[in-house]
Ligand binder design. Structure first.
Ligand code: FE2
Length: 314
């Protein structure tokens, strides 16, 4: 093994910057250390990366097979299927007008979530590359569900063990606005079960697993389940537990979707361009067995009110 990886903490509770690494040139030894840092710190930051999509895809693939995107209103066919384009510019490189459905769709990312938890196999990791970043606003915030889990009372931890939540993209986007998902798209993302507690196989440390997409708990009345899910989310995202990343061009941030919540923060969209490209490393299997019934009750007043608070605390 060579010299240790140079790191700097991003926050006392989660995240490190990996210093002096060009992700286009990482040998097997350094890569192994990066994987170790990822399992340990949950959020990694690489600054000053000169990445195009090919290089981002190549580095991301070293962690495992990549997810491909499902086409949505914000998709642009000029990008490879492995790239999620999060941008407020259209295919002709013009700013998308304020209030446009495409921006509203992306506003859903301002609710705390984990990527792809609405898929049967949720994502392992996301890698987000800041290609163009606004001079103010547009931060990404991160919070550790492992840290929050470890702070729960024993009785709560015991209560959560073996519970299964239902995650639905149609539900979470429905909180933001009606009709954001086409029926064809919704049909591709039916509600799915996810374990409410997950352990990292590398070291066994556990985290609870919630997100804006989580909307039911199997065997629990809907109101009670949603109150519990919101409570867990609030515990994880208490301000002192949150790392706020202020983007610089060339930043590549990577996070562990198994145990980290994140959300994008608003910025002046009609003034500043923000172009971020994400690659997503697929998880290695379902987190919970199939369940017979995954009915999702419609959003209630408290649910919509919660969504408003998420979008308005900007
Ligand atoms: Fe996300």
């Amino acid at each position: 093994m060579g010299a240790a990886l140079e790191t700097r903490p991003l926050h006392p509770l989660l995240g490190v910057e990996i210093v002096g690494v060009d992700v286009r040139r990482v040998d097997a030894d350094v890569f192994e250390r990066i994987v170790g840092a990822f399992d340990e710190h949950s959020v990694l930051l690489f600054r000053g990366q000169r990445l195009d999509d090919e290089a981002q895809i190549a580095f991301s693939r070293r962690f495992g097979p990549l997810e491909t995107t499902i086409r949505t209103v914000v998709s642009q066919t000029r990008y490879r299927q492995e790239i999620s384009n999060l941008a407020n510019v259209d295919a002709d490189d013009r700013l998308i007008p304020a209030g446009d459905t495409r921006n509203l769709f992306n506003a859903g990312n301002q609710m705390w979530h984990t990527d792809s938890s609405f898929k049967r196999v949720p994502a392992l990791a996301s890698l987000l590359s800041g290609r163009e970043v606004p001079p103010e606003g547009g931060e990404t915030e991160f919070a550790s569900m492992r840290v929050a889990y470890e702070r729960l009372p024993d009785a709560t931890r015991r209560f959560l063990e073996d519970k299964v939540a239902i995650h639905s993209f149609e539900y979470s986007r429905g909180l933001v606005g009606e009709g954001l998902l086409s029926p064809e798209y919704a049909a591709q993302v039916p509600p799915v079960p996810q374990a409410l507690v997950r352990a990292n196989p590398a070291h066994g440390r556990k985290a609870f697993f919630v997100a804006s997409h989580a909307c039911e708990i199997v065997g629990m009345p809907t109101d009670e389940a949603r109150a519990l899910l919101r409570d867990l989310l609030a515990r994880a995202t208490a301000p002192e537990l949150v790392y706020t990343h202020r983007w610089r061009p060339g930043d590549l941030a990577m996070w562990d979707n198994r145990c980290v919540l994140h959300r994008g923060r608003p910025w002046n969209e009609s003034r500043y361009r923000r172009v971020m490209h994400r690659t997503t490393v697929a998880g290695d299997g379902p987190t919970a067995p199939d369940v017979a019934e995954v009915a999702v009750a419609p959003a209630r007043e408290a649910d919509v009110a919660w969504c408003r608070t998420q979008l308005e605390t900007a």
